[in-house]
Each structure stands twice: as structure tokens, then as C-alpha cells.
Design a protein around this ligand. Structure first.
Ligand code: ADP
Ligand code: MG
Length: 663
């Protein structure tokens, strides 16, 4: 039974068999379906792999061999499929940066995920490209693979770099740049804008550029600007704007409308250059040129005028000697003489302004000179004005004609006195200062170096800008008729320039005035100067002198003066005549007195020619100015005898005697 049962166990009914078969078929179909589904999915992924717009590289994670690579990557790198597939990754030159060796490959092997944002690769033909590289390790069908996704970012990087370059240019350019939207609201300002205006980007973005308006320009100005740019045209002009700190500045501005591809205005860009400093320097230069031109004019006039004054003075002096004091003519002549003397003071100042004053500079300590002037200055400014004196200890020595320091101080103190109504204070100070390069860049006419600074300050009425612009011009005065000549500060200016120094003035209406005079440091010894006082008019012992002067009236007068002094006089109206006279003369000629500037030949050359004939002959130069001819900038060479026109009878007597003695 059991056997039967057993056998029965193996016997299946037909229906059971059928079911069995159906099940089998079913499972087979399922398998097939699964296989086909797998195939489908594989195909689908394959297609993705093949058509991906990123490079994909599959590596065997154990060996490092390339298992697969997609066409995009092949195309990107320029390799053929076979050149890559089956190769060890470190043997592929192109990947040298990520897997140059088996060792380096381990990094990929042992990290589930690696990412390089910007990896430089080189294509087969040597073209550098930049890629983003991501690797993932995972298991497929019991084997580990590394999938590397490689994205070409060369184009994006280029665009980035381009944008960065443009940005850097805009950020670093010296001109201020402002971008607004079409309504005029600020969207961007560059650092130069922040520097010129004092506003930070955060403060102004979202605002209207109106915040910079100075109030100096009227409404129509801004209306015209806005009309121009909103009409699509470029506006250019100069604007006066206001910084955050309230100071005004001038800028050259160009505003351009920016359109999008449809032609609509979407932005405005303003490029602005701060020209405040430029305008300031231009004004300084114009002022300097004006002074130069006025100086030339004044110098020329003063020179001719001086010659005529010499004649007037000389003859008046001679005439005075011949008329008895009791006669009324004597008093009349004296009046002429006094007026002429006063006039010489004006020409002297004009010559000083024109830097044509002949000077005898010596090395000195400014402190000593000021000190010795104090009493006189106090008398000049009167008792109601206090005079304070603050000398610098160890002041740099300077080289200058002491008489010019007296002129400077006297002029500045008189002006200070005139500026003070009742009581007040004048302070004179000295200081050592160093002027650096930067200062000179912003101040035309200044030279870097070490200077002795002489400051004269007062607490008087001060000056407005308009007055300040003219004070150094000759004959500019704000004082009433007969009160001011307008020559004080032009004299000061000329003296300072002649000594290679410079002046600064600080003044505000109602707040007093400070004049700062910078005189160049002289690296030498200080010498004491002893003023000479000679009372008597030295007379001649009958020596022969040769006088040369191209102005006939002056020559005649010089001759007469010299004869009255007792000299024997040879007079020549021109250098050639002088040479002829000298050749023809039989005896000695002890002294040549010659003008410096003459048409044919200058006095110095004439002197050389004549000294060849008369080696022992002494020389005395005379001139209204000497400037370039007798010496550089009117500064006398050491040991040269010189007499400034106009000269007095006595003055000539002393000079001629000194020259003959050889002092
Ligand atoms: P003057 O004194 O004969 O007028 P200056 O050349 O000395 O001529 O001065 C010119 C002008 O400069 C003066 O008329 C005056 O307006 C102005 N000025 C000069 N110094 C001062 C000062 N310390 N304070 C105020 N104004 C001054
Ligand atoms: Mg004056």
C-alpha cells in the first residue's frame, strides 16, 4: 500500500501536469521578460551613456583599466575608443593630473566620491581644457567600478575670466563709474566713486545721483542732461558736485545710455573724472605765467625809466652844488632832487619785482637779521600793535643780500599794520622745514628741499579770494589814493623768486593773514657783515678813467660827474669807440667804467678786450639791471665792482675810489 502510495506520489494527474507545465512556461516567460527588460534598460542606459553631453569614463576599480568611455569624452579629448579602452588610466597622458601613477590611482579607488571643481587637462592635440571631475565607486554585478563624470568647463571659465577682467578694470580704473537703471536709480558704483565722493557703495545704491548735487548748477542744467540721455544720446560736460563731507569738486562727466538687444534703454553709465586738482594747477600755472609777463613788462619800463632818473638826479645834484643855498633856485632844485629820489624808490621796487635788482648775497643766519630789525619794525608798526618774535634755534643758514631781508620784513610789517584797525598783533617766526616731492606736485613753482621759513602773521582784516589772486601784481592795491603803491608785495615776490624761494599766503576775511616765505638752505658758513660808513666824498688824484655808456644823456652826465670828482675822463658812446679811444690813448688808463647791456658788445666782453691793452686797468660795471649778462640772475660774481643806476655823485665817488684801490 505504501509502495502504491509511494508510486502514487510520483504520479501526477494530467491536470496537475498541465498546471506544472503552465507554471514552468510562466516562469520561463517571466525570465525571458526579465531578460528582455534588462536588455531594454541596458539599451536605455547605453543610449544615455552614448548621448550624454558630459564625458563618462568607467574604470575597473581593482585594476585601474578603462572599461568604457562615452563618445562625448572621446570627442572632447580627441582620442579613439580603442586608444583608451583597456588601458590603465595612469598610462593615459591626458589624466596625468588625477592618476599619474598606480599610487595616485589609489585615491580614486579608496574614495567613494571625489570631486575636482576645476581640473586642467590636455587634449590629444595639446589643447588645454578645464574640466569639472567627479568620481564615484560602486558595485555592479559583484565587481567594483569607478565612474568618472567629466564636464568641460573651458567655455564657462573663459566667460568667468572675461567677466572678472572687466570687473577688475571697472573696479580699478581711476575714473568714477556710476550705473543706474532706466529710472536713474543707482545700481552700481566703483571704488573710484567711493574715493572721490566719500560715499560707500552701500550708502548710494538704490538712491538717485541727485545726492551729489552741489546747488551750483541750475535746474535747466540737469533738465538738459536728463533730456539728452533719455533721448538716447551721450551727455558730456563739467559738473560741480558735492562730496559727502560737503566739499565741492569739479568733474568731467560722460553719461551714456545702455540699450538691450531690443533697443530699449535699460541702464545709464556715468564716467566721471575729478578735475578739481587739475583746474587748481591750471589756475596756478596761469597765475605764474601772468606774473612772469608782468615782470618782463615792469622790468623793461623800470630799466628805461631808471636811466632817465639818473640823468635828472645827476644834473640836479651838480646844479645844487653851483647854486648858493640862500637863492630860491636852490630850494626848487632840492624839491626836484627829492621827487627824483622818491621815484628811484619805485623803480627799485619794480626792478626787485622783475628780479632785476642787483644783489650781493652773503651767507647769513636769518634770525640775526630779523633780530637787528626788530626795533625799526616796531617803530614802523606803532605802539598799538604788539610785535612778537619767535626764532627757531639752530635755523638753517641761507645765502641772501641782507638788504633784501630788510625789504621783505618792512613790506610785510607795513601791510600787517595797515590791516589792523586799532590794536593787534604781528608775529614773526622762523622755522626749519623740509618740502617733499608730494607737496611740489600739488604746488607749481615749489622745489623739494630744506628751507628756512620766515613767517609774518597778523590778526588784521584778512583778504578775500579775489584780492588774494592779485596781491603780487605790481600796482595792485586796495588802499586809497596816496596810501598804497601796490608795489610792496610785488617787491616781496620778486625778492623771494630771485633767491629761489617761494611764498604761501593764508588769509580769510576777518581772520588775519599769514605770509610764509621759504628760503633755500645754504650749506655753508655764516658770515658777519659789517656795514661801511663813509662820510667824505673821495676825490680824484687826477687818474684817467674811460667811461662807456650807450645812452648819450647818461654818458654826458657821467663824464661831468667824474670830471667834477677830479678825474680825467675818456668818454665813449659805444664799445667800438671805447676800443678806438683806448688804442689811441698815450698814457695810462686806470679804470674802465662801463655799462653792461649795450648793443654791439656787452660790458664784460669789452672789459676783456681792453684789459688786453691795459693789463693793470680796473673795471667798474654799472647798470640798471644786469640779469643774465653780468651774472646769472643778477647775482654778482665775487670780486666784481658794480654800481647800480641811478647813482649819486657821492655814491659814484666812493665806488670809483674803491674800484681803483682794488677792493
Ligand atoms: P599796498 O600795501 O601798497 O597796497 P602791497 O603790494 O603791499 O601794496 O599789497 C597789495 C594789497 O594786498 C594791499 O592793498 C592789501 O589789499 C593786500 N594785503 C597785503 N598784505 C595784507 C595783510 N597783511 N592783510 C590784509 N591785506 C593785505
Ligand atoms: Mg604794502
Amino acid at each position: 500500500m505504501s509502495e502504491t502510495n509511494d508510486e502514487n506520489r510520483h504520479l501526477l494527474t494530467i491536470s496537475e501536469l498541465k498546471r506544472e507545465i503552465a507554471l514552468l512556461e510562466e516562469s520561463h516567460l517571466e525570465k525571458e521578460r526579465a531578460v528582455s527588460a534588462l536588455q531594454d534598460s541596458e539599451k536605455r542606459y547605453r543610449r544615455l551613456f552614448e548621448s550624454a553631453k558630459d564625458g563618462i569614463l568607467i574604470l575597473d576599480a581593482d585594476t585601474g583599466k578603462v572599461v568604457d568611455v562615452n563618445p562625448f569624452l572621446l570627442q572632447l579629448l580627441g582620442y579613439a575608443y580603442d586608444a583608451i579602452c583597456g588601458q590603465y588610466i595612469w598610462e593615459l597622458g591626458v589624466f596625468k593630473d588625477i592618476a599619474a601613477s598606480r599610487e595616485a590611482f589609489k585615491t580614486l579607488q579608496h574614495n567613494e566620491y571625489i570631486r575636482y571643481d576645476d581640473l586642467p587637462l590636455e587634449t590629444l592635440d595639446g589643447r588645454p581644457i578645464a574640466v569639472e571631475f567627479v568620481s564615484n565607486v560602486y558595485v555592479v554585478d559583484y565587481s567594483k567600478v569607478i565612474q568618472c563624470n567629466i564636464r568641460d568647463i573651458t567655455g564657462r571659465k573663459k566667460a568667468d575670466a572675461e567677466r572678472k577682467r572687466l570687473m577688475a578694470a571697472i573696479e580699478q580704473v581711476g575714473d568714477a563709474i556710476v550705473m543706474t537703471d532706466a529710472q536713474g536709480t543707482i545700481q552700481y558704483v566703483n571704488p573710484a566713486f567711493e574715493r572721490t565722493t566719500g560715499y560707500t557703495s552701500v550708502e548710494v545704491v538704490g538712491l538717485n545721483p541727485r545726492i551729489l548735487q552741489s546747488g551750483r548748477l541750475d535746474e535747466s542744467f540737469y533738465r538738459n542732461l536728463w533730456d539728452t540721455i533719455s533721448d538716447g544720446r551721450i551727455w558730456a560736460g563739467i559738473m560741480v558736485n558735492k562730496r559727502k563731507d560737503g566739499n565741492l569738486y569739479s568733474e568731467e562727466t560722460t553719461i551714456s545710455p545702455i540699450r538691450d538687444s531690443s533697443g530699449r534703454i535699460v541702464n545709464y553709465v556715468a564716467v566721471q573724472r575729478d578735475i578739481t586738482e587739475h583746474l587748481h594747477l591750471t589756475a596756478q600755472l596761469q597765475q605764474a605765467q601772468k606774473m612772469e609777463a608782468v615782470g618782463l613788462l615792469a622790468g623793461g619800463v623800470a630799466h628805461d625809466y631808471n636811466n632817465m632818473l639818473s640823468v635828472i638826479l645827476g644834473y640836479t645834484e651838480l646844479a645844487l652844488g653851483k647854486v648858493d643855498r640862500t637863492e630860491s633856485l636852490h630850494a626848487d632844485l632840492e624839491e626836484i632832487y627829492k621827487a627824483a629820489i622818491r621815484s628811484t624808490e619805485i623803480t627799485r621796487q619794480l626792478l626787485a619785482f622783475a628780479r632785476k635788482q642787483v644783489i650781493n648775497p652773503v651767507v647769513l643766519n636769518l634770525n640775526q637779521n630779523v633780530q637787528s630789525m626788530l626795533k625799526m619794525l616796531q617803530r614802523l608798526i606803532g605802539e598799538d600793535i604788539t610785535l612778537a618774535w619767535q626764532p627757531e634755534v639752530g635755523l638753517y643758514p641761507i645765502k641772501m643780500d641782507p638788504a633784501q631781508i630788510d625789504q621783505l620784513l618792512a613790506n610785510l610789517c607795513v601791510n600787517a599794520r595797515d590791516a589792523i584797525t586799532d590794536v593787534g598783533r604781528v608775529i614773526i617766526e622762523t622755522k626749519n622745514v623740509i618740502i617733499d616731492e608730494t607737496y611740489c606736485i600739488h604746488n607749481i613753482g615749489f622745489e623739494p628741499g630744506e628751507y628756512a621759513l620766515l613767517t609774518v602773521s597778523d590778526d588784521g582784516c584778512g583778504m578775500d579770494k579775489e584780492t588774494l589772486g592779485h596781491i603780487f601784481e605790481p600796482f595792485f592795491t586796495t588802499k586809497g589814493m596816496g596810501k598804497g603803491t601796490g608795489l610792496g608785495l610785488s617787491t616781496v615776490h620778486g625778492i623771494v623768486k630771485q633767491n629761489n624761494g617761494f611764498i604761501n599766503v593764508y588769509s580769510e576775511p576777518g581772520n588775519g593773514t599769514t605770509f610764509k616765505i621759504y628760503l633755500p638752505w645754504y650749506a655753508g658758513q655764516t658770515i658777519e657783515v659789517q656795514p661801511e660808513d663813509i662820510e667824505e666824498i673821495p676825490l680824484s688824484r687826477g687818474e684817467t678813467v674811460l667811461v662807456v655808456e650807450d645812452e648819450p644823456l647818461l654818458l654826458k652826465m657821467d663824464k661831468k660827474m667824474l670830471e667834477d670828482l677830479g678825474y680825467r675822463v675818456l668818454a665813449a658812446g659805444a664799445p667800438s669807440e671805447a676800443i678806438d679811444l683806448a688804442k689811441a690813448h698815450a698814457g695810462q688808463i686806470r679804470l674802465l667804467i662801463t655799462d653792461v647791456v649795450m648793443p654791439e658788445m656787452n660790458g664784460r666782453d669789452l672789459a676783456e678786450r681792453l684789459q688786453a691793452l691795459y693789463p693793470d686797468m680796473k673795471i667798474l660795471f654799472m647798470s640798471g639791471y644786469t640779469a643774465t649778462v653780468i651774472a646769472h640772475r643778477g647775482v654778482l660774481d665775487e670780486g666784481v665792482n658794480f654800481i647800480q643806476k641811478p647813482f649819486s655823485f657821492k655814491g659814484l665817488g666812493i665806488k670809483v675810489r674803491d674800484s681803483l684801490r682794488g677792493t
